[in-house]
Write a protein that binds this ligand. Structure first.
Ligand SMILES: C[S@@+](CC[C@H](N)C(=O)[O-])C[C@H]1O[C@@H](n2cnc3c(N)ncnc32)[C@H](O)[C@@H]1O
Length: 249
């Protein structure tokens, strides 16, 4: 069970500049708000699909011990280069020991799951890692954002001195199937590395997610919309949904 071989490969080199940092600026506000709403003295954190480790660094800077897991060796390597404790693991098959006070899975990582049973497996892997006071915070794309954002004709373009990236997204609504082709290049020490990979996603509706969480032994405490890119939290334009879940007590 693995990601498509080209997924988050060469793209990992420019992920932070092209997407990661932009998302992180928005999600950091949400994470801070959640920390205030759900205070705890226990500071153990696990970031599932941690990517290059931006959220882990956030937690560490706030006094947490943070562990990460990601299926992409290239993304995990970027995080490890930052000195972070990251393992390469698929979230549908996460076999970890221990309990974590907060588990996060951010930036629509769970939308990469295309199959109901796989989402149930991912949630079922989280359940034994929570204790009675633990919370699982994860976001998913608001289903409406696939028609509104993913179906636009123009690619998303991000450029810098040493890279250029274009992300062309498509959404097939009847099939509930979205794709993002990531094409570009990155210059390192005078050498040009080409990027050409495709990621696949699907939307997950709130009722379905809440019911799968329950099947995995998790109860939903809260769900709210937010838009990380406009840095507006809890406003009318919502492109993502944040879930707060816990183990059924
Ligand atoms: C959009 S990135 C988000 C990375 C990070 N959470 C962040 O906020 O920057 C999606 C991440 O999900 C990871 N991913 C996708 N499918 C996965 C799977 N089956 N198991 C674990 N990680 C997966 C990818 O490797 C990638 O790092």
């Amino acid at each position: 069970m693995s990601l498509p071989p080209d997924s988050y490969g060469a793209f990992a080199r420019v992920y932070d500049k092209a997407l990661g940092e932009l998302f992180f600026r928005g999600i950091a506000q949400v994470l801070r708000a959640l920390e205030v709403e759900y205070p705890t003295a226990k500071k153990t954190h696990l970031d599932i699909a941690c990517g290059t480790g931006l959220a882990m660094r956030h937690f560490i800077s706030r006094g947490w011990k943070s562990t990460g897991a990601d299926a992409s060796y290239a993304m995990a390597s970027r995080a490890r280069a930052r000195g972070l404790d990251v393992m390469v693991a698929d979230f549908r098959d996460l076999a970890l020991l221990g309990r974590f006070e907060r588990i996060t899975c951010l930036y629509d990582s769970l939308n990469h799951i295309l199959d109901r049973d796989d989402l149930l497996r991912a949630f079922s892997c989280v359940e034994p890692l929570l204790d009675d006071s633990s919370l699982f915070w994860f976001d998913l794309n608001d289903p409406a954002s696939y028609d509104g954002v993913w179906a636009i004709a123009e690619p998303y373009v991000s450029s810098g001195e040493d890279y250029h990236l274009e992300i062309a997204t498509r959404y097939d609504e009847p099939a509930n199937f979205a794709s993002a082709r990531v094409v570009g290049w990155h210059d390192v020490d005078g050498e040009r590395h080409l990027i050409d990979e495709t990621h696949y996603q699907r939307s997950w509706y709130r009722d379905e997610v809440i019911s799968l969480l329950a099947e995995a032994g998790l109860e939903t405490v809260d769900v709210f919309g937010f838009d990380p890119f406009a840095s507006r939290v809890f406003e009318a334009v919502e492109v993502k949904e944040m879930y707060v879940a816990r183990r059924v007590r």
